[in-house]
Design a binder for this molecule. Structure first.
Ligand SMILES: Nc1nc2c(ncn2[C@@H]2O[C@H](COP(=O)(O)OP(=O)(O)OP(=O)(O)O)[C@@H](O)[C@H]2O)c(=O)[nH]1
Ligand SMILES: [Mg+2]
Length: 234
């Protein structure tokens, strides 16, 4: 069955990519996986190509250069939506912070909800291995987003998101220009404004052990401004 496509955006994830792909197929053997790589200098794409030789469920979308998480996801959505048989899309990080063992619980919650978030901020969720500043920033960012936008979601900056394709098709997702947390908040906001029903499934988010963070001052600033932009546009 060709109904679930997992999208894995990558930039310099050579230390994680083989493990995350293997673990996804272990927990959801029926899934297809699409890696979206922005020409990682560390050779992430060639590792994927090697695995593809013996793994027909795996595909690779190669992009010319680093353009941020948002652009990579929008490109991947437009590819996946061409295939009418795909019923749901799962967005997740490739750095092993999002444990594939939660995917089945998210799929179960997806029967009643259009969008299921692997959530750090609902009862039972949390983070492991984060420095205090990261915890504070993330907790604050989520309360801030909820207060300003009114969106009833505890983990608005989450990147572990299962979406029914019908909900994604009805939201206007082709036309926005945001990269990191801003993209993840705005995507949920557009789905919510279009009437999508949300559920949150608790996850423990584990700090990456391999590779480097791509968080920058630009991504944080864009995230701070995003909820105001959404509110003002309303
Ligand atoms: N294709 C693509 N993927 C990206 C880009 N920036 C980040 N990613 C990927 O998006 C996912 C999330 O990025 P991370 O750098 O892990 O961001 P984070 O989880 O907020 O922060 P850390 O875990 O601290 O690094 C990872 O799989 C990255 O490799 C990009 O510009 N293009
Ligand atoms: Mg990460």
């Amino acid at each position: 069955m060709n109904s679930l496509t997992v999208i894995l955006p990558t930039y310099n994830e050579s230390g994680n990519i083989a493990t995350i792909i293997e673990r996804i197929f272990q927990h959801v053997p029926e899934a297809q996986v699409l890696v979206v790589d922005d020409n990682s200098p560390d050779g992430t794409a060639s590792i994927v190509e090697k695995i593809m030789q013996s793994e027909p469920r795996l595909r690779l979308l190669k992009r010319a250069g680093k353009e941020g998480l948002g652009k990579a996801y929008l490109h991947a959505f437009s590819e996946v939506l061409k295939d009418q048989s795909v019923q749901r899309i799962l967005m997740m990080d490739a750095d092993l912070s999002h444990d594939p063992s939660y995917i089945q619980a998210m799929i179960r919650a997806n029967t009643d909800a259009d969008v299921v978030i692997g959530s750090r901020y609902c009862a039972g969720g949390g983070t492991q291995g984060w420095k205090p500043w990261r915890k504070l920033l993330s907790g604050f960012a989520n309360r801030y987003c909820r207060t300003i936008t009114g969106m009833p979601i505890y983990d608005a900056t989450a990147g572990f998101i299962l979406i029914k394709v019908d909900a994604l098709r009805s939201a206007d997702i082709s036309s926005f220009d945001a990269s990191g947390y801003a993209f993840l908040m705005e995507l949920k906001y557009r789905l919510w404004r279009r009437g999508a029903h949300f559920a949150e499934v608790p996850i423990i988010f584990v700090e990456r052990r391999e590779g480097q963070s791509k968080i920058s001052k630009h991504i944080i600033l864009e995230g701070v401004l995003a909820p105001w932009k959404m509110r003002l546009r309303r």
